[in-house]
Design a protein around this ligand. Structure first.
Ligand code: PEP
Ligand code: MG
Length: 594
């Protein structure tokens, strides 16, 4: 069969989270979905039949396009397997049986379809003919594809029962799928789509496992249980490696462990340059399970609490009380260090089953983050109440994502003012002076930073989005990865402008996008005068070592020179060469182990 690759095969993708993993593959899209037994009313029958017909239609189109792609890449013989899949979908008996049972049994389409497919597979498996027996795999494959279309965003996988340690291989991993993987035995991630700052990459880093994304057709080439090596620094995935390759990578893993051990001596010292300039290194935080890592790497606070993950994988919305408890817990754990809670940033690539949003053509440019909160004010107010109540339990600040200018900031602050007034009336205590910041993630915000600075207490630059919106490059689209240039002069100029505007207004400014955790580019940010850097906890020692090995005056000079260059590539090359010359120990090794 096409998918079975027995010999060692090397695939190249986008290096999205560092580290090396060796283990068996778990093909996510080939696992059984948890199908709800949903009873339907008479009125819903035509809707369910239509949904089923639509799912069959989409599956046919999908298979047809895969077939064409494979025929072009590998040859028409290999593509023939998909003819068998198309035949299953053209089997009138199967299709009619599903429709008949939706009408008679009155269950949702996905539930009826699963039962019918199961019966078909059982029948095929009992037949004493190897050829026909094999067809049961086709029926199962097609069944999964149809189910994927029927269940859409709400499908969930049964990770609870993951037994051994596995490498997750998927076409894509939604942030809500990724969240369910916390505390599971996951060695790393491999996906067909996605870029360096897609949320899969962020989750992989926070889990401390490697990820290689944007491999285009990894799910077609890898089979369940294939042995896989992921090299997250180089963006390499090796399928069915030889014994020598496995040995080579085992040694690599040991080197990484030694390299991590070498950070022990800087654990308890600050990120201070050779000439005494201090920067604040903070952690990005998504959920409770990360607290030990935040402490282990001595984060000097939480620079970005991505609260939307708290809302995921549930059918209801978190109550004020639940949120209050979660915010209070992290505030108390981190005190006296600051905790910056970001208000809900939904939309883009993060969706919830509890809020039904209409599908948009360009979700990253649609109703996302603060826009959505200003539309759905009750959800926003509930979160604001919870944050305000938690503000008395530690050093809590709050910031708004995706602000595009002073108008939106005023609208958000207007809602906040109302919520504060209500709490006062009810006698509920909160910190009247809780700092409120603005995330600078949209070029418009960077361009109006001087105006915004007058109306907020701090800035946090979200470079993941700032790069996406400045360069018009979808951060999740692997095909655009070459255009996603953090060192692009336009990005650096917007950052410089933001930092100057903040300092002119006497407010602090940090970066909480992935750029803060890039050793080479973090020196540019330092040289530009950035006050704080927030990143996945395990990156803190790498950045600390970089900062402790250079002089602030050198960083300032390098930043000045970098800003005169014309392309992102020139900036990265120039900085890497200069830093390797100035501090070979910190940057050489980093170059190898990044
Ligand atoms: C960013 O955009 O840089 C950021 C930190 O926010 P997120 O990655 O959650 O969009
Ligand atoms: Mg963002």
């Amino acid at each position: 069969m096409l998918k079975k690759i027995r010999s060692e095969t090397v695939l190249k993708g986008i290096p999205a989270a560092p580290g090396v993993a060796i283990g068996p593959a778990f093909l996510m899209d080939q696992q059984d979905y948890i199908v709800p037994e949903r009873v339907i009313s008479d009125e819903e029958i035509p809707v369910e039949v239509a949904r089923f017909e639509e799912a069959v239609h989409h599956t046919k189109t999908e298979i047809q396009s895969i077939k064409e792609k494979i025929a072009a890449q590998v040859g028409s013989m290999d593509a023939q397997i998909f003819d068998a899949h198309l035949l299953v979908l053209e089997d009138c008996m199967l299709i009619d049986e599903v429709k008949k049972h939706i009408r008679s049994d009155k269950y949702g389409a996905e539930c009826v379809f699963t039962r019918v497919i199961k019966r078909y597979v059982e029948v095929f498996e009992k037949i004493q003919d190897d050829y026909i027996k094999e067809r049961s795999t086709d029926v199962e494959d097609v069944g999964r594809r149809v189910l994927k279309h029927l269940m859409g965003e709400s499908r969930s996988h049964d990770f609870e029962h993951l037994g051994s340690e596995l490498v997750i291989v998927a076409h894509d991993i939604s942030p809500s799928d990724a969240v369910t993987m916390y505390n599971k035995k996951i060695l790393g991630f491999v996906t067909d789509v996605g870029g360096r700052t897609a949320h899969t990459a962020i989750i992989a880093k926070s889990l401390g496992v490697p990820a290689v994304l944007g491999l285009k057709d990894a799910t077609l080439r890898i089979s369940n249980q294939d042995e896989i090596i992921i090299d997250g620094r180089k963006g390499v995935v090796i399928i069915n490696p030889t014994e020598e390759t496995v040995e080579l990578y085992r040694r690599e893993k040991e080197k990484i462990i030694q390299y991590e051990g070498s950070f022990a001596n800087i654990q308890d010292v600050p990120a201070e340059t050779l000439d005494g300039h201090r920067a604040l290194l903070m952690a990005n935080f998504e959920m409770d399970g990360e607290i030990p890592a935040v402490k282990k790497y001595r984060a000097e606070g939480i620079g970005l609490y991505r609260t939307e993950f708290f809302y995921m994988n549930r059918l209801d919305l978190p109550t004020e009380e639940e949120q209050f408890k979660a915010y209070r817990k992290i505030a108390e754990e981190m005190a006296p260090h600051p905790v910056i809670i970001r208000t809900l940033d939904l939309g883009g690539d993060k969706f919830l089953s509890s809020i039904h949003l209409p599908k948009e053509m360009a979700p990253f440019l649609g109703s996302r983050a603060i826009r959505l909160c200003l539309e759905e004010q009750e959800i926003f107010r509930t979160q604001l109440r919870a944050i305000l109540r938690a503000s008395v339990y530690g050093n809590v600040s709050m910031m708004y994502p995706m602000i595009a200018g002073p108008g939106e900031l005023r609208a958000a602050n207007g809602v906040l003012k109302g919520v504060k007034q209500r709490l006062r009336e009810k006698g509920v205590s909160f910190n009247e002076n809780m700092p409120v910041g603005v995330m600078i993630e949209v070029p418009a915000a960077a361009m109006t930073a001087d105006l915004l600075a007058k109306e907020c207490n701090f800035f946090s630059i979200g470079t993941n989005d700032l790069i996406q919106y400045t360069l018009a490059v979808d951060r999740t689209n692997e095909k655009m990865a070459q255009f996603y240039e953090p060192g692009h002069p336009a990005v650096l100029r917007l950052i410089r402008r933001t930092i100057s505007a903040a300092h002119d207004a006497n407010i602090k400014v940090g970066v909480c996008g992935e750029m803060a955790g890039d050793p080479v580019l973090s020196v540019v940010l330092l040289g530009l005068g950035l006050d704080s850097f927030s990143m996945s906890p395990s990156t803190i020692p790498v950045i600390k070592r970089a900062m402790r090995s250079i002089k602030f005056s050198d960083a300032q000079e390098l930043a000045r020179q970098a800003l005169r260059l014309s392309t992102g590539q020139e900036v990265e090359e120039f900085m890497t060469a200069e830093l390797t010359r100035l501090a070979p120990d910190a940057f050489n090794q980093e170059g190898q182990l990044k």
